[in-house]
Design a protein around this ligand. Sequence first.
Ligand code: GLV
Ligand code: MN
Ligand code: MN
Length: 412
Amino acid sequence: MKLQIDSDRLRSEIDALALISEAEPPVVTRIVFTPADMRARAWFIDRCRAAGLTVRQDAVGNTFARWQGSDAAAPAVGTGSHLDAIPNAGKYDGVVGVLGGLEAIRALQRAGFHPKNSIELLMFTSEEPTRFGIGCLGSRLLSGTLSAAVAGKLADRNAESLDEVRRKAGLSGGLEDVQLPSGYYKAFIELHIEQGPVLERERVPLGIVAKITAPASARVSIEGAGGHAGGVLMPDRRDAMCAAAELILAIENAARTSGSTDTVATVGMCEVFPGAVNSIPSQVRISVDVRDTDLARREKVMRAIETAAEQISDRRKVSIQIELLNADAPAECAPDVMDALSASCRKHGQKFLPMISRAYHDSLFMARIVPVGMLFIPCRNGYSHRPDEYASLEDITRGALILAETLAVLSA
Ligand code: GLV
Ligand code: MN
Ligand code: MN
């Protein structure tokens, strides 16, 4: 079988999709169920249909594009990723796995391959947490990790629930029907940019993920007392912003002193009320994102953050509420799928590295119901979640080729 990736078409599709955005190029912002996301979905479905795939969407908008195999009853081999993008993002995160997966399927079709197991391309809904506070909504529901009742009530900043928003997007049916029946997939593979510097630094073009780190996130609300910036003297203040500043440094310190550089913590959002130059902040909300390869160590860091919050709250006479949004276990990739990926790399004379995924992916949740593999390609300077995120066409093409080869082996 002669597998050939059409890299020109892949590039033009990646570029075309990047223009479906809420922001001016080169910035990509595509928040779930906004007009940009809806246009991207329609555009993607058209391309899948043009490739002869049968498309269906579930009640939360996870989109499945199936190439029917000769054994219709056999479990499918899945691949895919997400198309939503955080504010001020680039054009490769998620997209490489979806459009690379589509091109891998087209390459197999051109090569005259006939799968026994169906091959299914999956575009997950809301891998990014921007709108509803937690990430991987589609794969959490598919894997039964998140109940339909809880998911439906998740609300965005305008207090619109996921259930309302997805219905407005034309998605009907019950969220409880999103969960996949057991044995639906034989294997699932996600192609993704690394979002870190290792492959580029080591000059190795491919990474085979062995483990995906464990993420947790929380929303913290701090309430103090507002007042006039001139009139209230310093001994009388209960400034919520100063308490937040201390807590943010305590969060950084908890990660830095965990005993391992595998622990990372980020405060990426801060809302200040009332937000006036001459007004003492009375309320502050911050986000906390903590990740680690080791679950026990991450939990220890979360407890250290809670303790710091209690101390700051006592000392500064402010109230601090921590609302845990998610606290997930790490995932191991399946040895069989990793072996299939490494055999494909060897067959095509490609070097690869075993990797840890420090970003989370829908594969974190798919791994709970199906043997999962992840294939990484380098991205320049390890940059991701920023507009100058970049992966070379050569690396993307190589990733799609190894993906196609592995899909063929697993579906033959
Ligand atoms: C996914 O985008 C992550 O934050 O790891
Ligand atoms: Mn992302
Ligand atoms: Mn991603």
